[in-house]
Design a protein around this ligand. Structure first.
Ligand SMILES: Cc1cc2nc3c(=O)[nH]c(=O)nc-3n(C[C@H](O)[C@H](O)[C@H](O)COP(=O)(O)OP(=O)(O)OC[C@H]3O[C@@H](n4cnc5c(N)ncnc54)[C@H](O)[C@@H]3O)c2cc1C
Length: 442
């Protein structure tokens, strides 16, 4: 039996950050043979660096800007986002609501009049709704208006999440989606583009080695190295003992988990039935994506960083290009892409050949690929809990589990450990917060 003050499960960015900020007296266990979790670069076909769909670093807090700059000094390149939406056969800059110029006049009109009706109903003989929006769909219609809702916000989010937006609570939209101002929407409709607005207008990315460079460097900066190829298979919170796949056991005082919350709860042998039931109510969307390498002349849309596809005629909801951001991500004369699919692709998954043909046909239709591009490889991958579904059970179920864990000096955090929505910076912040909680318990 090994003893540690704090057992950290998982060496993704959350677990690594937790260990980094704890500094000592921890044991960081990772079931894979390298750090990073979802943030991991695969070298495919000798020289195509693929990051498990686009992983671009948007750092908004000074504390994480400092940490990442310090870890990757001289190794970061800053990029200006080149992201567009494909709708009605044209490409408009992201975000949709602030850039409708160029879409068919009827669509622009519907977006503008819809926003004005939603914001100023009294000018159209209606009154402001008496109650707050009850679900995500109502929230969209209330703050974006019917046109933007119909042409982008509803179809895109339903395609991404694979659920009816009426099932989702409005508070989470409130938290994650900024509401557009009438001024921004009008400027965007007449061509005074506000493209550079928004939280992720610029991002940074490592010069070498893909996004894996960040977790690898963080792992190297730890005072006590993670132990790889070591999966935790059972936890007994009452006795504070974890059992490992290799037969070992660890006695801990504090526990910080970063593996997916429902799977973690299943692993707790003494979890009460109510906690198990709460975990069973947590839902998430699975994303399938292709990593794709091509050689050839390309087409009109080959060089965008990423493209959103709200319309059902395209099986994917988003495509992106690793090599359009960072030329070193593909060998000379080649390009590389990720193609993300969710709800709309479900029924195609049982027929991989058909799915592949459909994806290639849609990429050519969207002018991401040209007919003359040669496909070098195409690899289908899966992210099991990519997007948490914020339904009516979410808040109470998650809180019940976290409260139970807190009673046992245990925390569960990170995008999937905390069963939330967040980027790499949030993962780093959550790991730091978890370490703080261990060192300075309230
Ligand atoms: C499609 C998609 C695109 C994204 N794009 C971006 C982006 O552009 N920019 C951005 O900032 N963020 C992006 N993110 C978010 C980013 O991936 C996450 O915020 C981050 O990976 C969360 O890290 P984590 O450490 O919390 O979780 P994970 O990376 O899942 O880490 C958990 C770790 O626990 C390990 N583990 C699991 N079970 C066990 C066990 N039993 N024993 C030991 N170890 C175990 C796993 O192997 C893993 O290493 C994206 C996410 C998705 C799904």
């Amino acid at each position: 039996m090994q003893n540690t003050s704090t057992l950290v499960i998982g060496a993704g960015l959350t677990g690594l950050s937790c260990a980094y900020h704890l500094q000592r007296d921890y044991l960081l266990l990772e079931k894979e043979n390298e750090p990073g979790g979802v943030v991991r670069t695969r070298n495919r076909h000798n020289g195509f660096l693929c990051d498990g769909t686009g992983h671009w670093l948007h750092l908004r807090t000074p504390v994480m800007q400092r940490l990442v700059q310090q870890l990757l000094a001289g190794q970061l390149v800053e990029y200006e986002r080149k992201a567009v939406i494909h709708s009605h056969g044209v490409f408009t800059p992201y975000p949709f609501q602030a850039n409708t110029y160029g879409l068919p006049a009827q669509v622009v009109y519907e977006c503008l009049i819809g926003l004005l009706k939603a914001r100023h109903p009294e000018d159209f003989g209606a009154s402001h709704p008496a109650t707050a929006p009850q679900n995500f769909r109502e929230w969209i219609e209330r703050y974006f208006g019917e046109g933007i809702a119909k042409h982008f916000m509803i179809p895109y989010n339903e395609k991404l999440l694979g659920v009816d937006l009426r099932e989702l609570r409005p508070e989470y939209a409130e938290r994650f989606i900024p509401r557009p101002s009438v001024d921004d929407v009008i400027k965007g409709a007449v061509g005074l583009s506000r493209e550079s607005l928004g939280y992720n207008a610029r991002f940074v990315y490592p010069r070498e080695g893909g996004i894996s460079t960040l977790p690898r460097t963080l792992a190297q900066a730890l005072q006590e190295a993670p132990r790889f190829n070591t999966a935790v298979v059972q936890v007994e919170l009452g006795r504070r003992v974890a059992r490992l796949a290799d037969g070992g056991q660890v006695q801990f005082q504090h526990l910080v988990n970063t593996m997916a919350l429902p799977q973690f709860v299943q692993m707790i042998s003494d979890a009460p039935a109510a906690v198990r039931a709460a975990a069973a109510r947590l839902r998430a969307t699975t994303v399938h994506y292709y990593d794709l390498g091509v050689r050839g002349p390309g087409a009109q849309a080959s060089q965008h960083h990423w493209i959103y596809f709200p319309e059902p005629d395209f099986i994917f909801y988003r495509t992106g290009s690793y090599s359009a951001v960072h030329a070193g991500a593909a060998p000379d004369g080649c390009r590389s892409y990720y193609v993300e699919m969710s709800g709309g692709a479900r029924e195609w998954l049982s027929e991989p050949e058909k799915l592949r043909a459909r994806v290639l046909a849609d990429l050519r239709k969207a002018q991401v690929l040209s007919e003359r591009d040669e496909i070098i490889f195409m690899e289908l991958c899966r992210i099991p809990h990519a997007y948490v579904v914020f339904d009516q059970h979410y808040e109470a179920s998650r809180q019940l589990i976290l409260d139970y864990l807190a009673e046992h000096q245990a925390q569960s955090c990170g995008r999937w450990g905390g069963w939330n929505y967040g980027g790499m910076e949030d993962a780093l912040l959550e790991g730091r917060r978890a370490a703080d909680q261990v060192l300075n318990p309230q």
